[in-house]
Ligand binder design. Structure first.
Ligand code: GUN
Length: 283
């Protein structure tokens, strides 16, 4: 079998067009959805991600503020900045790019963001809402992965979904979202003993470990939908996922490429959450 390739770029365009209609409706009422993105330090990958987030907002006609703080910025200064944005009525979404430098407590920073403006969905209140199954601001990467499955018509209810990776940004929220759609969910980590035993039983396999090409074709159930959240740079400079695409595509039914799979969706769902937050603020 050769898998159908899930075209994240094309699906992202389609979903962005849907949200543009909602953003335009708000603009017609004199409200421009606004996003503030804060980056602390000089991490090259984070700089690229943040620039892409700001660019996507501009493309949809959203207001965006790109706040660049030096790596030695104190926690107090960052918290003050967040407090200012919390109180600013033209800002509906606030995102602090992670990781932040070690001298800053990221939990404290995430808790300082007004939950109504928490477009990353990382505030404990929004995490709690996700557990209960009623969050309005789901974390962008798993939200985007769920949209890909939905747009491809992959059935979730009753299926076995295996999530490899237990991060707060992807693995844990992804598992909760799949559970909410009535999947039977197993969460593994890169340290799971006999990982292949679990992955080979997955109808839906989501991989977010940060370990290049760790899932190979022989670890995949024939026909499975494989969502690769990894993005790793190889010694030759090329990007690859956590799934070995060449062997996996011979076995899977659906597969996301890297790049061009989940990545464009993460940014799209950030735009969606910003519009959603602006809609709520306008009520
Ligand atoms: N770093 C890696 N992924 C993310 C994300 O989705 N949001 C934020 N704020 N930082 C990240």
């Amino acid at each position: 079998m050769t898998a159908r390739i899930i075209d994240g770029k094309a699906i992202a365009q389609e979903v962005r067009a849907e949200w543009k209609v909602r953003a335009d409706a708000l603009k017609a009422r004199g409200i421009t959805p606004g996003l503030a993105v804060i980056i602390v330090g000089e991490d090259p990958a984070s700089k690229v991600y943040v620039a892409n987030k700001v660019k996507a907002c501009a493309e949809l006609g959203l207001h965006s503020e790109h706040i660049v703080l030096s790596a030695d910025t104190s926690e107090a200064t960052l918290l003050e900045k967040i407090a200012g944005l919390n109180a600013d009525p033209i800002i509906h979404g606030i995102l602090v790019q992670l990781p932040v430098p070690k001298h800053i407590d990221s939990d404290k920073v995430l808790k300082a963001i007004n939950p109504e403006k928490d477009v990353d969905g990382f505030h404990p209140m929004n995490v709690g809402a996700l557990v209960i199954g009623n969050t309005l601001l789901p974390p962008c990467t798993p939200y985007g992965a769920m949209k890909l499955l939905e747009k491809c018509g992959v059935e979730i209810g009753g299926k076995h979904a295996v999530v490899v990776g237990r991060s707060n940004i992807v693995g844990k929220p992804m598992a909760l979202m799949l559970l909410q759609k009535n999947a039977t969910v197993t969460i593994c980590t890169s340290k799971t003993v006999d990982l292949a035993k679990f992955t080979r039983d997955a109808d839906i396999l989501v991989v977010a470990t940060g370990k290049a090409k760790m899932i190979t074709g022989d670890m995949i159930k024939p026909g499975a939908a494989v969502i690769d959240v990894g993005i790793n740079r190889m010694p030759d400079g090329k990007l690859c996922g956590d799934v070995d695409f060449d062997s996996a595509k011979e076995v899977a039914g659906w597969i996301t490429p890297v790049p061009g799979g989940v990545g464009p969706m993460t940014i799209t769902m950030l735009v969606a959450n910003t519009v959603q937050a602006a809609e709520r603020a306008a009520k």
